[in-house]
Design a protein around this ligand. Structure first.
Ligand SMILES: Cc1cc2nc3c(=O)[nH]c(=O)nc-3n(C[C@H](O)[C@H](O)[C@H](O)COP(=O)(O)O)c2cc1C
Length: 189
């Protein structure tokens, strides 16, 4: 019986129409369908992990179960595909709150898992600032970053009708990023 690698896919956004979720899911689909990687994909939704805003006083009352659940989801994965939404040059409040709470379970929330990092936005810089922040910070939180892919402005490059990329050079770059991520997954099948 072949074993499949478990991949957790998420956007650092709580938007129900998140373009980052769309991008992260697209990358997972390429990994599964085009690269034929034996993976089991679980898509997380930040809305399922909504908690009151972190404060030390609230932490003194106890860490919410949802923070533990989020931490456990990352720990149960063999790899993480994460696309970051950018609000005012930084993480969305929704993601930052879950990040803060989970880091109080244990600081290394990514638990040495391979992480494929991406970002896209509606702006011309395509989430460049939040991606740079995460590249700088996440290794301290146990992320083994395999790829760092700035997709740029979403509408310019992504055809939402066909779920395909419009820009061939970017499609190649994305494949390289996925390849680097795939190389770190446990060898299965
Ligand atoms: C409060 C707010 C701040 C934003 N700040 C930025 C920004 O700094 N840079 C950027 O490129 N886009 C910014 N945007 C636009 C987002 O890129 C856009 O909303 C995008 O869809 C967010 O990603 P998501 O759909 O995955 O949530 C901002 C949007 C909001 C609502």
């Amino acid at each position: 019986m072949p074993t499949r690698s478990k991949i957790v896919v998420l956007a650092a956004s709580n938007s129900t129409t998140s373009i980052n979720k769309r991008l992260a899911m697209h990358a997972a689909k390429v990994l599964q369908d085009e690269f034929k990687a034996p993976v089991e994909i679980e898509v997380l939704d930040l809305n399922d992990y909504e908690m009151h805003i972190y404060s030390p006083e609230r932490e003194a009352q106890g860490i919410p179960q949802l923070a533990q659940d989020f931490y456990d989801k990352l720990g149960a994965a063999d790899g993480v595909i994460l696309s970051l939404a950018e609000y005012n040059g930084s993480y969305t409040a929704a993601f930052k709150n879950i990040f803060d709470w989970s880091s109080r379970v244990k600081m290394k929330i990514f638990q040495d898992r391979p992480v494929m990092l991406m970002a896209t936005s509606m702006g011309g810089r395509g989430g460049m600032s939040v991606l740079a922040a995460a590249m700088d910070a996440f290794p301290h939180f146990g992320a083994s970053i395999t790829s760092n892919f700035n997709f740029g402005p979403f509408s310019e490059h992504f055809d939402t009708e066909t779920d395909r990329l419009k820009t061939p050079e970017l499609a190649l770059e994305l494949r390289d990023a996925i390849k680097a991520f795939q190389a770190t997954l446990p060898v299965t099948d």
